[in-house]
Design a protein around this ligand. Sequence first.
Ligand code: NCD
Ligand code: ZN
Length: 346
Amino acid sequence: MNQLRMIQPDDFHVHLRDGDCLARTVPDTAARFGRAVVMPNLSPPVTTVAQAADYRERILKHVPDGAAFEPLMTLYLTETTPPAEIRRLKESGFVRAVKYYPAGATTHSAAGVKTIEKVYGVIEAMAELQVPLLIHGEVTDTEVDHFDREAVFIDRILAPLLVRFPQLRVVFEHITTREAVDFVDQGPASLGATITAHHLLYNRNALFEDGIRPHYYCRPLLKAEGHRKALVAAATGDCARFFLGTDSAPHARRDKESACGCAGIYSAPYALEFYAEVFANAGRLDRMESFASRNGAAFYGLPLNQRRCVLIRENQRIPDALPFGGETVIPLRAGGTCAWRASADE
Ligand code: NCD
Ligand code: ZN
């Protein structure tokens, strides 16, 4: 198959950042995706519906003419989020979910949750109003090996949480391990998961190819090959609760190429092409539309996008660097090639 026509996809996990960076991120994401779930880890974080409304307006200013792009906003859960904010969220119509960061797990997560019991009241309101909780699933305990932090999170936090709140809708974000695949696969209908292109394409060797490779550093970390294979099987398989979320998370080049580099990979400009490569390599291009355009919409209770797009098997070169709000950002696989090209299907 050298061409794939499909319903326009959505990105169920993206970091658009703010300010001048929106001129880069919003057009890149809107060029391929009809909707995107926008992460709230700005500094300071987006913790209220009022802040999310302002942030949404700033994003919409950068949507190119002719693009039909809808940002699906989220709130950042803190230990002081009042349950009343969940009711305001539900009434807003444009805030769709709440993001749970374990404090210290990743970029701009310091305001996240240290003690889960402290957010039980908010989670109860979310379960009642059927507001999805989007979970960054890694423990932060320093004695736990970095590569084990997702699997340990399942046992210590996620499994007990689902038992305590059986009505709660949960998205286990950017899963990276076979333990997470199995947990979601065997889980209830209320549990979904996003999978990034980079975790489907690369294993942890990419971090150490001929030296340390900061542009392949993200949270959760790339894992060993067996885990990557389990993710590909999940994305291309029959369970409709796995869906596309790029976790595209740009940082300026100098913040990545540093003695203490930031976590995050900028995949948005070629994200759909990268996913096509994964599905083609697995011989399962026929499954791409479900993963990219149907499953996430169904989980979030959204209609399918009206527009369509086409993916063509055609090599394209990925730029070495891109302008990024007065700085530069290095996209995933910079200077390399991708075997697919995406465009709108008119
Ligand atoms: C994200 C970021 O930079 O905001 N970084 C990352 O490595 N994925 C935060 C996150 O989603 O963990
Ligand atoms: Zn993220």
